[in-house]
Design a protein. Sequence first.
Length: 271
Amino acid sequence: MDLKLDLKIALKYSLFVLLYCILDKLHIHFTLEKDYYPSSGTFYFLVILFPYFFAAIILLSFLEYIKYRKNYIDLIIISFSILFLSSLSNYIVNFSFFKLFYEDIQLPHEEGILGLLNRPSVLMRPQFNFLYTEFVFPFQYLKDAIISGYIYLIIGVMQTRLFILLILLYHFNLFFLFKKYEENKWYSLVPVLNKLILIRIAGKPVFWIVLIYVPFLSYFLMYSINKEIAEENGFDSKLALGMTFLPSVFYGKVSFAEDVNSETKLENVLS
């Protein structure tokens, strides 16, 4: 593990997020309505495109990790450091604009509790609560989205920073796992097909591909698949549990474990 290098990579890419947050906040500031509610101006696309921008930043940091690869824990440190620094950047920008432009503004209709409830968000003092914002809120949002049954809400959850990170980390680890087993690495990006490849790697019956999507039963089948893969790579069943319930994080332990049967260079992994 090279903590200094990990933080250097995370800081470098987080600076791009900081710049994006500044541009986005400038856009909001200059397009505010008279009542201080934001409007959709010329650069409203900055708000819409942020999930894709953040995904690109995460992916670029992954690719840089490949060049300096030390240990899988380095990738985890880089990933979640970027998540933290991105959240911090957003807070710093919001707080700076609040202190500079909004703190002393009093609206004519602001009286009592009702005035506080109706106060525009840009006039509210920003709060920094990393654990709640990045970890608790997305899962609360996901629960509400599933209960309501609204697809667009579920799509919204998938665009939060945490879920973007977990989705990319999962497919990145799967990509290298398929590479390790000399499977088509690009199949790792294809739903259903990537599960079929995992079934084949573990030596399980092909018809499991149908059963693997049955609620609750899927956990038992995936545990069996992951246990075979983990043990084949020198790990015990504890890792298989992690691979089953938090695959985004734990698949990498197998994907980047030393492979005595292969001398493939990481520089050629995308070839």
